[in-house]
Design a protein around this ligand. Structure first.
Ligand code: URA
Length: 272
């Protein structure tokens, strides 16, 4: 029998993942060999002991999450332009994703630096890691088509909740998102958008600090607040374009969300 993936099972798993079912992941990586849950491979014959490989010199000792967040906050606060912020992110070693083997570079943002709309996805994938720009793979191309159809081309800044590709394109953990959050917030403060479009469950949950599935959050306005409370913006969660590629029937709901968004974005500002 062929070992090809079952498309129905794959699609169902993807559906649950996009709906926010991520219970199989822990906040921190677990070394199951060290924990004794997986027997290490046994050598076929007795061999002379081999010295354990040295830890990767590129990976600095990991500070705990709150120390990494504090460091990210200080770096972000010191960046007074998007260019300075991008350089601070590239030099930041506090996000474990940088060293997990999935990422070759930091992927920050693309678009209009004074956009009225900020689109925030989950994290870079393989195409994004290769090209150094967010949402440039198949999902990104669909996102661009949808934004174009909604009249939003050239009016958006696009970024992610994390700046390094998670290995195997897994969902970033809340801890990984937390250490990148000060940079995302600083990018929002510098761009000064009127509103946020939160793409997919991992983005909506992290940005809104809510533990709801995307299917219940999408299409409704929420309030996003910066950690210091200085910025409040309307935020609309919607379905991730990667989900729409797997479930084309859901495109109608994403389109309704974009119409909800453009109606508010294009509403004339009333004088106070
Ligand atoms: N998916 C995301 O969430 N972000 C990207 O940049 C690409 C794919």
């Amino acid at each position: 029998m062929s070992a090809a993936a079952d498309p129905i099972a794959e699609s169902l798993l993807a559906f649950w993942a996009d709906a926010g079912v991520d219970g199989m992941l822990l906040d921190e990586p677990v070394d199951r060999i060290a924990a004794g849950r997986i027997a290490p491979p046994q050598p076929a014959a007795r061999k002379a002991p081999v010295a354990a490989p040295a830890a990767s010199p590129a990976r600095p000792a990991q500070p705990d999450v709150s120390a990494a967040v504090a460091q990210a906050e200080a770096l972000a606060a010191g960046a007074d332009s998007l260019e300075a912020l991008a350089a601070a992110i590239a030099g930041f070693d506090g996000c474990p994703l940088k060293f997990e083997g999935g990422a070759t570079q930091a992927v920050v943002w693309r678009g209009d630096p004074a956009a009225p709309l900020m689109v925030i996805g989950e994290g870079p994938g393989q195409d994004e890691d290769r090209q150094g720009q967010p949402f440039v793979g198949r999902a990104g191309q669909l996102l661009d088509k949808m934004l174009a159809a909604a009249g939003l081309t050239g009016r958006v800044m696009i970024t992610n909740t994390v700046f390094w590709r998670p290995p195997g394109n897994r969902t970033p953990t809340p801890a990984e998102q937390a250490v990148c959050a000060p940079f995302v917030e600083r990018a929002i403060a510098l761009v000064k958008p009127k509103m946020l479009l939160l793409v997919g469950g991992a983005s909506a949950k992290a940005m809104l600090k809510k533990d709801e599935g995307i299917l219940s959050m999408r299409g409704r306005w929420h309030e996003w607040r910066s950690a210091d409370g200085a910025i409040e913006l309307p935020a609309l969660p919607t379905l991730h374009p990667a989900f729409l590629l797997r479930q084309p029937a859901a495109k109608k709901r994403a389109w309704v969300d974009l119409m909800t968004l453009t109606e508010r974005l294009d509403r004339p500002d009333r004088p106070e």
